[in-house]
Write a protein that binds this ligand. Structure first.
Ligand code: I24
Ligand code: DGL
Length: 271
């Protein structure tokens, strides 16, 4: 059976577009609805209770639009809100933490894994919990990198300043003999070449967003809710932002190379 209903993606802002880019590649038949809470981004430094509240508002907004599956594309939101949202919704809900953890376990040979993310993600201990549940014999080194999101959002992610900050920040992880490092934040794939250089080429980097789309693909088949092949002009890809629609559109256009993109400003206050 085929199912035309869209897949919903939620994120604190535009960072989740790294996950959408993977979805367009791995799931070209699927219709997509995306909510980015750009007006209240970043979530990384916010208290968990606030991130949970905001994540629920985005979730309720998309549930009114009849999505068939929800992807929490933000690591910080997944870390604190996935369990309760998953328990409450009648549709499959996927976060970005478990798929990244699975991929890291598959990649590691010495069982020394690293995880980098926002303050909220690291503080939550969600990656530790996921990893020790699955494989108690592994050692996880976690590190918050609060300066990384601002580097990307100020468009400096290719600069020498970025190289310096990444090298300084990751210094403590270089002593841990990791062979695998999870990029536990939507923005980090943009810093990937620099992170790879700093950590060395023997370290496998795991893109949690890309791994997540693989899991979404698997779940679409498992629940038999994938969409049929469709002409690209039949496809909907709609974006909703709590911030400026024009600025969102600029970033989405340059990142996704879609032909027609629809961006609408929304208010989540009443959701
Ligand atoms: N990248 C991100 N956020 C931004 C940015 C960026 N500005 C330039 N680039 N701004 O996240 C955040 C605040 N904005 C958001 C839109 O509304 C107004 C406020 C990472 C995006 C990852 C897809 C750099 C940049 C770009 C285009 C594509 C990718 C990218 F301009 F990193
Ligand atoms: N989307 C967030 C994450 O993946 C990064 C940006 C933010 O702090 O809101 O953790």
């Amino acid at each position: 059976m085929h199912n035309k209903q869209p897949i919903g993606f939620i994120d604190s802002g535009v960072g989740g577009l790294t996950v959408v880019k993977e979805a367009l590649k791995q799931l070209p038949n699927e219709n997509i609805l995306y909510v980015g809470d750009t007006a209240r981004c970043p979530y990384g430094p916010r208290p968990a209770a606030q991130v949970i509240e905001y994540t629920w508002q985005m979730t309720r907004y998309l549930m009114k639009k009849d999505i068939k599956m929800l992807v929490i594309a933000c690591n910080t939101a997944t870390a604190v809100a996935l369990e309760e949202i998953k328990a409450a919704l009648p549709i499959p809900v996927v976060g970005v933490i478990l798929p990244g953890t699975r991929a890291a376990l598959k990649a590691t040979k010495n069982n020394r894994i690293g995880i980098i993310g926002t303050i909220g993600t690291i503080k939550s201990g969600s990656y530790e919990e996921a990893l020790t549940q699955k494989a108690p014999n592994t050692t996880l080194s976690s590190l918050a990198c609060p300066r990384f999101v601002p580097i990307v959002e100020s468009n400096e992610y290719h600069s020498s300043v970025a190289k310096k900050i990444v090298a300084e920040t990751l210094q403590p992880l270089k002593l841990k003999q990791l062979d695998t490092l999870i990029l536990g934040c939507t923005h980090y794939p943009l810093l990937r070449p620099i992170i790879q250089n700093v950590m060395g080429h023997s370290v496998t980097l795991i893109d949690s967003g890309a791994e997540t789309v693989g899991e979404v693909s698997m779940l679409l088949d498992y629940f038999a809710i994938a969409n049929a092949p469709q002409a690209s002009n039949q496809k909907t890809c709609e974006f909703y932002t709590t911030g400026s629609a024009n600025m969102f559109e600029e970033i989405a256009n340059s990142w996704l190379n879609l032909t027609k993109i629809s961006v609408t400003h929304i208010d989540l206050g009443a959701c």
